[in-house]
Design a protein around this ligand. Sequence first.
Ligand SMILES: *Cc1c(COP(=O)(O)O)cnc(C)c1O
Length: 368
Amino acid sequence: MKLKVAPHISTLIPYPPGKPIEELEREYGISGSIKLASNENAWGPSPRAVCAIKDALKNLHRYPDGSCYYLAQSLADKIGVKPEEIVFGNGSNEIIGLLITAFLQPGEEVISSHPTFLMYQKLVQVQGGVNKVVELSESMQHDLKSILDTVSPKTRMIFLDNPNNPTGTIIDRDDFASFMEQLQDDIIVVLDEAYVDFVAPELRIDALSYTRSSKPVAALRTFSKAYGLSGLRLGYGIMDIEMAGYLNRVRQPFNVNSLAQVGGVAALADDEHYQMTLEKSREGTAWLSREVEKLGCRPMETHTNFFLIDVKGDGRKLYEHMLHKGVIVRHMQAYGYPNFIRITVGRQDENKRFVGALASSLKELGYG
Ligand SMILES: *Cc1c(COP(=O)(O)O)cnc(C)c1O
C-alpha cells in the first residue's frame, strides 16, 4: 500500500497490547489469576453506580447529554467550582489530548518528566509537538528546578502528575508554589491528579487555588482509580472558564457516554464506597510493604494505590515468571527502571497471593 505517513506518526510506538486475562490463562494453562497491574480499584465499582447504570440501560437508544448537565452540577457542588469550570472526557486521557489539541501547535515544546505517565509524550507527538523530557530527581520526584531551566521561548505546556505514576511520589506544596511564582504566565501547567484521593489531605496541593489564579492551570481527575469506574471511561479537567471554552470547541459533542454520566453522579454520592476504598488501600499498602521488605526487596514510599518495588534483579524476568503463577504486575523496563516492578494494592486475598508468588519467584530466579 502506498501510504504517506508523517514522520511524527510513523515513529509512534503502539500501546503494548495486553492480552485479556482469559487468553493468558488459556496460554499458560492456569486459572484464577489476579491482576495488580493497572492501579484499578480492587474492591469493584460503587454498588450505587452499578444500580444507576442498570436503570439507565433502557435509554441506550438515545444520544447522551452532550453537556453532562447533571454530572457537572453534582461535581461542581461537591468540589466547590462552577459547572463551566469543568470539562468531562472519555477518561481524563481524553482531556490530556484535548488540551494538547487546543493549545499546542506543531513544533512547540512541552515539558514532562521521565519516568512519568506515558500518555503525555505520546499525545504531544501525535500533535507534532516537541517533547522536552526532564529526569526525576534522585528521590524519584519531579525536578521542578530542572523543569524551570528547560523552559524556552517555545515552551507552551508542562505536564506534572501529582502523585507521579509510576513512582507514587508527590510534589511538595511549597515547592510547587515557588515553581508557579517563577514560571511565566503564558505556559499551561497541567496538574494530573488521577491519584489525589489517596494523598493525605494535609499534603495535597490546593489545585483549585491555581486553576482560579491568573495563570493557565488545568487540574485533571478521574473516576478510574478511587471511584472504581475505569471501564466506563470518565475523567475531567478543572480550569478557567475561558480555557474550558476552547476544550469544548475541540471535543466531540458526545464524548462522554450516557452510562458514564449516570454512573459518575451515583459514584459521587457513594461516600461509603469511596472511604472504604481509601481505607483498605492504605491498610493493604502498609501490609504489602512490610511483607515485601521481609523478602529482601525494597518497597518505595507511596501516596497512591500502587508502589514500586526494587526487586534487586531483572524486573521483567520476574514479571514473566510471576505471570506463569497467575499474578500479573507491571515491569518497569519501558520506564527506565529495569530492577523494579510496580504493583497495585489489591484485596487482602490478592495481596497474599502476590506475596506468595513473589517469595517463590525470587527463590526460583535466585534474586537477592
Ligand atoms: C490512570 C491514570 C489516569 C487516568 O486515566 P483515565 O483516562 O481517566 O482512565 C490519568 N493520569 C495518570 C497519571 C494515571 O495513572
